[in-house]
Design a protein around this ligand. Structure first.
Ligand code: SAM
Length: 275
């Protein structure tokens, strides 16, 4: 069989995956949802034509978005995840024994349903008693929160469609208000090589305006366009660079390590210049 899925980044760049099978394909109220079995990366969740996660490399993104902020906070108890409907981020967050309560605000119930059906490796945490899922828009949800969360993780899709507002100044100011006085915020902040609507410096500066301390960190994700991916952490008190590596417990990782916690914040020159 010669069946391919093509992710088109722009008029000059596309990435192709040979696929074995289409498992689900529908238009939800919010986006086009596709689950395919790829030859190289196993099952993949694709929203509006963009690969969100694949079984073969999902651990890179999910470990880095969860453990960096959760180990920067000395005692994270209450965590909010916005987006994250595939379940990978909540699975990693649940590994922290101090965490007592996790709220997931995922706008699209069909993403959660597809993850439960086709991506059990990621979605196993949804049924944990510490987890509550709200099918609401994260922008509206956050407007009603004040001084509530220790850690806030924005595990969103690209800044197009329902996720646009999750990358804007007003949202980041409200996110800061939703956190306690020593709270920590982290967001996936896209590729340093490509722009999807907003540029990386715009996103970074919008976050920087809302938090006393802002730091970007990076990792390499083969199925995200151009590979190199950024996260931006905003903090009211704790500095991720001051975390003692000896205090980072081994919770079972495949990418994250105590040394990488620090090393991920070392940015290549072109990215420093971009910011
Ligand atoms: N790891 C992924 C990436 O960077 O490509 C993100 C995956 S996760 C599946 C992204 C989720 O964010 C989607 O399921 C989407 O429905 C959700 N989302 C987008 N906009 C949202 C909003 N305004 N409020 C809550 N969830 C939102």
């Amino acid at each position: 069989m010669n069946l391919w899925f093509t992710e088109t980044e722009n008029s000059n760049l596309a990435v192709k995956y040979r696929i074995k099978q289409v498992l689900a394909h529908k238009k939800t109220k919010f986006q086009e949802l596709l689950v395919v079995e790829t030859e190289r990366f196993g099952r993949a969740l694709i929203l509006d034509g963009a690969v969100q996660t694949t079984i073969a490399d999902e651990y890179v993104y999910h470990e880095m978005i969860a453990h960096v902020p959760l180990f920067t906070h000395p005692q994270p108890q209450k965590v909010l995840i916005i987006g994250g409907g595939d379940g990978g981020t909540v699975r990693e967050t649940l590994k922290h024994r101090s965490v007592e309560e996790i709220h997931i605000v995922e706008i699209d119930p069909e993403v959660v349903a597809a993850a439960k059906q086709y991506l059990p490796e990621l979605s196993s945490g949804f049924n944990d008693p510490r987890v509550t899922i709200h099918h609401l828009d994260g922008i509206e949800y956050i407007a009603g929160c004040q001084n509530e969360y220790d850690v806030l993780i924005i595990d969103s899709s690209d800044p197009v469609g329902p996720a646009v507002g999750l990358f804007q100044s007003q949202f980041y100011r409200q996110a800061a208000r939703a956190l306690k006085d020593d709270g920590i915020f982290v967001a996936q902040t896209e590729s340093p090589w490509l722009n999807f609507g907003l540029t990386l410096p715009e996103i970074y500066h919008n976050i920087k305006a809302a938090f006393p301390l802002t730091r970007m960190y990076i990792c390499n994700i083969p199925t995200y366009p151009c590979g190199l991916w950024s996260f931006t952490l905003g903090s009211k008190r704790y500095d991720p660079l001051e975390v003692n590596p000896d205090k980072i417990a081994d919770l079972g990782y495949r990418y994250y390590t105590p040394d990488l916690h620090r090393a991920a914040f070392v940015l290549p020159r072109f990215l420093q210049d971009l910011l």
